[in-house]
Design a protein around this ligand. Sequence first.
Ligand code: SAH
Ligand code: SF4
Ligand code: F3S
Length: 451
Amino acid sequence: MTLQPLLKAEPETRSIFVHTFGCQMNEYDSLRVVRLLAPLGYRSTTDISEADVVFINTCSVREKAEQKVYSFLGRLKPLKQRRPHMKIIIAGCVAQQLGEKLLARFEYVDLVLGTRAVSSITGLLEHAIETGARLVHLPEIDPGDELEFHCGLNGVQTHVVAPVTIMQGCDNFCSYCIVPFVRGRERSRPADAIIREISLLVESGAREVLLLGQNVNSYGRGLETDISFVGLLRRIQDETDLARLRFTTSHPKDLTDELIRCFAELPCLCAHLHLPVQAGSDEILRRMNRGYSRSRYLERIDRLREICPDIGLSSDVMVGFPGESEEQFQDTMNLLKTVQFDSLFSFKYSDRPDTRASRFPDKVPEDVKARRLTELQNLQAEITLRKNLDEIGRIRDVLVEGTSKASKEQSTGRTQQNRVVNFDNPDVPAGRIVRLRITAAFAHSLLGEAI
Ligand code: SAH
Ligand code: SF4
Ligand code: F3S
């Protein structure tokens, strides 16, 4: 009797179009979806009009972010009319916030997945395809394997810089923030699962990993094995072959001296920290429930620069928090002048459902918020440009990420400090670290030459 090899039928190729709004944790979840669906034959497409599945990962952190989601969804209606078999999935924070209401408002949406439902996507999508049912799935807690989760890369291409979520949710309840309501309680992912995933990413070409969480400094709380965030960083340094490591977001109230010392002690840790300050006035910080004062924040910045003089610093700030006076706004402006961040994300405060600040009195009028934001962004643009100009003449190691978007004749990459550098040589393979002299500086990037 001859044994016939078992021929497994290749799944039929289908295509998935993914669009991600919001933070890097959403980017990571979208990547997981692509990896989870790859074994069913789904391949990513950038052409939405040929997609069999459209996956939209949504953000609800500011009113404007939520509005963007609705206008995107509105544009899908004619597409679904032309391709009735196409399945439309809405996931992420707006999905979590609105659930059933999204199905009611957008009659062509097939699946609404909450922030803890990503790992259930395969079964739910197949069910929707087989039965034509429209479903909402908003689990309160992850299925057991959500945080352990290690679906493998499943042939999906790894980029030079890879995100890895190490914790989900947030317990801080800053008074303006919707995240604790839509992402749930803080949960850390076991260190072994993180190390396994990083090792796999490195094997498949990643050189830099960005560890993600809303407050990475408190990593480890509630895990069976006792480990701190610093412990995790040390394990990554010791047990993987990663060239570069970054993390985001750090909360200033939990930034310990021990963590700051890692910038001097761990060779793989990039000299860059994103440390959102939000405001420069003590009274506003108190009403934001941030848990630190202006002077404590400035002291942390001094300590960072003492341990790592070359560190690149970025931050988030908000203007027009309820009750913010002109003087309190100027406190934020002064803080920016004092710290001299390398780059900054700045926002107009907007009310979010369920948050305490949405019930605070003395809302700042829209035109005042807009004026303050412009003033603040103009100031930061000057600081960023000046700091970029200071780079001219310096020697920087740049991790090459690929060909520059601006010119096919150039490669592009980032310094440890997270500055984008372009240089004339399109043939350097992505993933290589090259040493460059900085020769010119612009608002958002630098130019370098090989030495
Ligand atoms: N966990 C991170 C950031 C999460 S949200 C942290 O603790 O800093 C990203 C940024 O969005 C915040 O830093 C804040 O600046 C901004 N943001 C959050 N809620 C907002 C709101 N209601 N209005 C305007 N900006 C907001
Ligand atoms: Fe929101 Fe504050 Fe948590 Fe950041 S730390 S996610 S701003 S509640
Ligand atoms: Fe937005 Fe949700 Fe991230 S609200 S910022 S996508 S956690």
